[in-house]
Design a protein around this ligand. Sequence first.
Ligand SMILES: [Zn+2]
Length: 277
Amino acid sequence: MPELPEVETIKRGLAPFIKGKKILEVEMLRPKLIKGMSPSIFAKKVKGDTILGIERRAKYLLVPLKSGNTLIFHLGMTGALLKSVHKKPLSKTGEEAQKYIRISGNVILDFSDLRLFGKIWLVPSKKVLEQKEIKKLGVEPFSKAFTLDWFTKELAKRKTKIKLLIMDQAFVVGVGNIYANEVLYRAGIHPARPANKITPKEAKKLHHEIIDVLSDAIKHGGSSVDNYVDAEGGEGTYGKLHKVYDRKGEPCTKCRGVVQKISLGQRGTYFCPKCQK
Ligand SMILES: [Zn+2]
């Protein structure tokens, strides 16, 4: 599933390419990906509009349009938003078969999603923050609101296992399963520790590592697991730098220990029992 670094990578890849471009055509092979309005109204409203830019909120891509509407994309489990050079129409067979929604003009944007959990909305820009899915989101880790002071106080209030808490999108956005494992390893904290048992010193380390791991992952174009590709269809290379994620039974990179796997909140949880207390 694309996490924050992957979505940010897509955003950065698309930004210079789509800004100021006019939408001339909307093709839909899987109209059910369009939510909140009928696909035909969606197409009619979007056609002729101009793309002002692209932003990210958590794992949502927001594309404001000149008309005062905003396109919201969620990539689901296996979604991708690709700039395309193809002029071929979408079809149910061949290379174009996995591209489901195409927005084209003097730019072609393909939304592809093998498992069809992705979603696309069109909402008035001033109502984006009121959108149910966006409204419930927690603090953005790269924003000014994510202060150490706030983070430390919030941890002290909660008994939730620390890995589940940092993955809770209503608390902090963007730390999905892969990065939660990596962040806790770097911070030397056992994933099942209750949040309120984390010392202020550890909270400081954890706060730092959340920002640092996500920044490193963005620098490397994200991690390519579950079909993730960037806006150019390329793979991220951060996966090669995972220290614990998907490394069960392999040696720890810091000590002589062995990476172990447990299940927390039904998610594979990897850690070094010697380094993480
Ligand atoms: Zn270790």
